[in-house]
Write a protein that binds this ligand. Structure first.
Ligand code: PGA
Length: 274
């Protein structure tokens, strides 16, 4: 800047503050008390602007920023491991995870509340960009001493008088099971209703009824043989996992990176015996 331009700026600053910032003593120019404060604030402001620049640059990359993910209750069984692996590779990213049921996910998508959603079948009537991640087979479970455990290819009709421990209405698993029984013309009788897969597994183990759950919820139970899968005709019920966002949503570089990571790696985070 030229000297007159600097003088102008100083005058303007002094008039904004309402106090002189400089004083001339003899031939030397000094800062007044207000001028010293102004210098301090000026340095702070300039540091903050540099810091903001760094943050914006980082957000343009994948090293900083926030990632908000919502997943179906059942997907919670493997997504936490995925998130742990992803955040180890991107330590500056803050992740928030909401685990909730299908109806709630639909609402969140409608409101465009989250970056990405992991769920079963994408909701109908909503414009979304969905990519399939992997299979999500639903299997019938029984306590390990159940009389049908050793049977092979048990006809579905055999279960028409059975009562099941089931997930709540609004659950994607429940929706898929009812559609499946309907398709095969076999009645599906709901017994006790529970909002958690963990509770269902415990209820089945305690003999409260049979259950139908995603195989991805059964890692420990199958390994320890506390529960057994029944070999039922036309089972497992075929279902898939998807990762999706509202159509037109502009994903941040971090969200794009996470989406690609999930599509490529999710199946490596499933630990089923055999
Ligand atoms: P849920 O969803 O946990 O709500 O049953 C899983 C799915 O949609 O398959």
């Amino acid at each position: 800047m030229s000297q007159p331009a600097v003088s102008m700026q100083i005058k303007q600053l002094e008039s904004n503050v309402g106090l002189p910032l400089f004083e001339q003593v003899g031939k030397k120019i000094h800062l007044t008390e207000a001028g010293q404060h102004m210098r301090q604030y000026g340095r702070h402001m300039s540091d903050l602007l540099d810091e903001a620049d760094e943050v914006f640059e980082a957000i343009k990359g994948v090293e900083r920023g926030e990632l908000s993910i919502s997943v179906a209750t059942t997907a919670g069984h493997f997504v936490t491991r995925l998130l742990a692996a992803f955040s180890r590779q991107h330590e500056g990213i803050t992740i928030s995870l909401d685990i909730t049921n299908r109806e709630a996910l639909r609402h969140q998508l409608e409101q465009n509340e989250r970056d990405l959603v992991i769920m079963g079948q994408p909701p109908e009537g909503l414009d979304v960009d969905a990519e399939e991640i992997m299979e999500n087979p639903l299997v019938m479970i029984a306590p390990s001493n159940h009389p049908l455990v050793a049977e092979k290819n048990i006809p579905l009709s055999h279960f028409s008088h059975e009562h099941y421990v089931v997930r709540e209405m609004g659950s994607g698993t429940r929706f898929a099971i009812e559609r499946f029984f309907d398709q095969y013309g076999v009645s599906f009788n709901t017994g006790i209703v529970m909002t958690s897969n963990e509770a269902i597994k415990q209820a089945v183990e305690a003999g409260l009824g049979l259950g139908i759950v995603s195989i991805h919820t059964l890692e420990l139970e199958l390994e320890t043989q506390r529960l057994k899968m029944l070999d039922v005709e036309d089972f497992p019920i075929s279902r898939q996992w998807y990762i999706l966002q509202r159509k037109g949503k502009r994903l941040s570089p971090v969200a794009q990176e996470f989406k690609a990571f999930v599509i490529e790696k999710a199946s490596q985070f499933i630990r089923l015996p055999g």
